[in-house]
Design a binder for this molecule. Structure first.
Ligand SMILES: C[S@@+](CC[C@H](N)C(=O)[O-])C[C@H]1O[C@@H](n2cnc3c(N)ncnc32)[C@H](O)[C@@H]1O
Length: 312
């Protein structure tokens, strides 16, 4: 199946989930403030706003239109509605965050499609919520609900961080990671391959690590070129949060592709770019990176990227 077809399937699934939710979402809570978690299509949050007193969106992922933030806004909400994320680790993360923003006795709602694993979502919800029920199903999608109990644990962002060791050629280093970040904070084989080439590159003054994850490429560029001014971008604000800790000398920006890149004259751009959205192959960002890199490179600047052998 082609990447374009898969991306199209993803979009039509989003539409289906939203249609199912329109049907299943109860109007009885019209005057309660709702935290809406995850990336919905534009216009959907506004459509919910007409059915609730106050709706606040939160996603750890940036889009070109919305900034991603690692944790929900601190004010309390009467309930949270989660769009089932693409990975289990990320679901665990948003559940912890959502439970922490609602009072005891209030509900967390989760919506998703059967082929995204909504049926097994109850197992993860069980860890943090009581009284889990299926509210309804429609269009091969389900709406689930759980209740925060007096024994439900609450969390803050930094409670979820762990430290591991990254074994680099230049020696082992302590490395921060958080749930849902790329490769669980470990060193990816393709990234290691790119790191091997770093010492052979022309000394740069300004560097961009595009799609930095937890920051291993930026870290190694800094090790070999300590005077370089390094920027890192990633659409996952949680990844940027930990990358800033891992590479204290670099600046981190939350950016969907090029949308929030701080400047446009890099001597070196390094990247192990994303080629998936969830499980589906998606070359949108890889293509954008290649197409627009020249706009962001200084004269004679280099783009060095790594990808799987089957990419052409
Ligand atoms: C293959 S991983 C590489 C991460 C890191 N450079 C490394 O080597 O460990 C790709 C990264 O792209 C990020 N990403 C996904 N979609 C993105 C987008 N639209 N814009 C920027 N970064 C994105 C992911 O969060 C992930 O951290």
């Amino acid at each position: 199946m082609s990447a374009r077809r898969r991306t199209g399937d993803t979009r039509s699934r989003e539409a289906l989930v939203e249609r199912a939710l329109e049907h299943l979402w109860p109007d009885t809570h019209a005057f309660e403030s709702t935290l809406v978690v995850g990336t919905f299509r534009s216009g959907f949050i506004q459509s919910l706003q007409s059915r609730a007193d106050s709706v606040q969106g939160w996603s750890r992922w940036a889009t070109a239109q919305t900034p991603g933030t690692p944790w929900p806004p601190s004010n309390q909400h009467a309930r949270a509605l989660i769009r089932l994320p693409k990975s289990k680790d990320e679901f665990d993360f948003v559940l912890k965050a959502s439970v922490s923003t609602i009072p005891v006795g209030h509900h967390v709602w989760v919506v998703g499609a059967n082929d995204e694993g909504i049926k097994s979502a109850t197992k993860v919800m069980d860890k943090y919520l009581g009284g889990i029920v299926t509210i309804g199903s429609k269009h091969h999608c389900r709406l689930l609900r759980g209740t925060r109990t007096p024994t439900s644990r609450t969390f803050q962002l930094d409670d979820l961080e762990w430290t591991t060791t990254l074994d680099l050629k230049t020696g082992p280093i302590p490395w921060h990671a958080m749930p849902g970040v790329f490769a669980k904070g470990r060193l990816d084989e393709a990234t290691a391959l790119l790191i091997d080439t770093v010492p052979t590159l022309k000394t740069p003054r300004t560097v961009l690590d595009f799609a930095c994850g937890t920051g291993p490429l930026a870290h190694q560029v800094h090790t070999y070129f300590p005077d370089a001014d390094i920027s890192m971008i990633d659409a996952d604000s949680v990844a940027v949060h930990v990358a800033r800790k891992n590479v204290g000398s670099a600046r981190g920006y939350v950016s969907d592709g090029w949308s929030n890149v701080p400047m446009s004259s890099f001597d070196l751009i390094v990247s192990n770019p994303p080629i998936h959205t969830g499980k589906a192959e998606d070359h949108r960002i890889l293509n954008q990176l290649i197409a627009d890199a020249t706009d962001y490179l200084s004269a004679g600047g280099q783009l060095v990227l790594v990808g799987q052998g089957r990419l052409n």
